[in-house]
Design a protein around this ligand. Structure first.
Ligand code: CTP
Length: 416
């Protein structure tokens, strides 16, 4: 692949923040676009963010960029790595001081020192991410890259820069799966072998679970998260994360199709992967799943939602197949998360019943409420809720005429 610098600069100027970066680059040869941003522009894709490096003081450049963007921007600085992230409503720019990295122990965060652009490229994960485009001064429009980078991009290949790459930073194993899914790039054979060896040697165990969790969350948020999880499974990473973890892409597809817009696709897919763990003794399954999600630092809210969904889905699936009456469906499903119902519908091949509840029945409401019953003389307490539930059941089954009067009568006539 030929990298045409002028064409890349033109593509950059169409990105949010691109023209402002080019303006700031005037007269400074150290400002360069790097990483995924150059890769994506060369592929004709829109980068999710713009990554740039400077010789020093990333924070200052982020500040100047914020002023030139003339927008409400937020800067988050990371002193240890000399990086600053600029977020504004139009986009995001990552600014980093050029650096060289070394790893004191496998899996630890790297030790960093200022470096030149070649060292900065050499510290990266895959060749296709190790390309730089000069944004100013004598470097304007110049493309620098590590060996093989452009050929690998053309051949859609993922290649590590050296043989210790996955040992140094095992989160790159999960990145490999993400790039495979997102870019549909394949690891070249030696990289695939190095990945298998690192996984077999327990590389994942040398990284903090929080970092593994962060990468897993990125995989779950990919536009094609099903492919990302499939890639994680094929590489043996799910099994390495937790024995028994697996992923059935077909099941996941069926479940996602049922998930309504207010559901969480990422949590549903995670529940799909955890499903095999829910097969064992319920107490044991709950403990294993809880511990895994806790270790990977999912938020308490997400952890509970995934746990509840995963543990409920199997039993719900069996009952869903035998439940057809709307009021019974409602009774069965209303205590559960929408993810649990979608997963149960997929497991039990009961898309009709699950979809009916998710799309229609769960939104059904009475026009009356507890105050109407109290006003009609029902004593306050559980009886109010029970009478409302009875009226709702009749309404769901189509046994109630429309309107408040019919609902009130049904609630008052229900057996207390
Ligand atoms: N990087 C790395 N090893 C990691 C994480 C990141 O070498 N464990 C390098 C890669 O070269 C990557 C760059 O740091 O290109 C920036 O990382 P990140 O922002 O996560 O990726 P992007 O380049 O922005 O690519 P994308 O977000 O599109 O995946």
């Amino acid at each position: 692949m030929q990298a045409d610098g002028a064409q890349l600069l033109h593509a950059l100027s169409a990105q949010p923040g691109g023209p402002e970066l080019l303006k700031l680059g005037e007269g400074r040869a150290d400002l360069m676009l790097v990483g995924g941003a150059v890769r994506d522009l060369l592929l004709g894709r829109s980068p999710r963010e713009l990554d740039v490096v400077v010789a020093e003081d990333a924070h200052e450049l982020a500040g100047e960029l914020a002023v030139s963007l003339d927008a409400q921007a937020q800067i988050t600085a990371h002193e240890r790595f000399g990086t600053a992230v600029l977020d504004w409503e139009g986009g995001r720019v990552d600014v980093a001081q050029r650096r060289a990295e070394s790893y004191a122990t496998p899996g630890a965060l790297p030790q960093v020192r200022p470096g030149d652009v070649h060292e900065d490229l050499a510290r990266r994960d895959f060749t296709v991410n190790a390309i730089a485009l000069g944004l100013g001064g004598a470097q304007l429009g110049h493309v620098l890259c590590v060996e093989h980078a452009l050929a690998d991009l053309e051949a859609r290949r993922l290649r590590v820069l050296h043989e210790r790459s996955f040992q140094d930073d095992p989160t790159r194993l999960l990145r490999l799966a993400r790039y495979r899914a997102r870019l549909q790039f394949a690891p070249e054979p030696y990289t695939a072998e190095l990945a298998s060896r690192a996984i077999a040697a327990g590389a994942l165990g040398t990284v903090t679970p929080a970092r593994v969790g962060a990468e897993l969350r990125l995989a779950l948020e990919e536009a094609d998260a099903i492919s990302a999880l499939e890639a994680l499974r094929e590489l043996g990473l799910l099994q390495a994360l937790q024995p028994g973890l697996s992923f059935d892409a077909e099941l996941a597809r069926r479940a996602l199709e049922l998930l309504p817009a207010d559901g969480r696709p990422d949590l549903l897919l995670l529940a799909c992967a955890l499903t095999p763990l829910a097969d064992g003794a319920p107490r044991q399954a709950e403990e294993t799943i809880y511990e895994l999600l806790d270790r990977l630092e999912f938020t308490a809210g997400d952890r509970e939602r995934v746990l509840r969904s995963t543990l409920a889905a199997g039993a719900l699936a069996a009952r869903l197949r035998k439940t057809h009456q709307p009021s019974q469906l409602h009774e069965l499903l209303h205590p559960h998360t929408v993810e649990a119902v979608a997963l149960a519908g997929a497991i039990g091949h009961a898309a009709g019943a699950a979809g009916e509840w998710l799309e229609r029945l769960r939104h059904a409401r009475l026009e009356i409420d507890g105050n109407d019953l109290l006003a009609a003389g029902v004593p306050s307490g559980p009886e109010v809720g029970a009478r409302l539930a009875a009226a709702l059941s009749l309404k769901l089954d189509g046994k109630l005429a429309d309107g408040r009067q019919a609902e009130l009568r049904a609630a008052l006539e229900a057996a207390p």
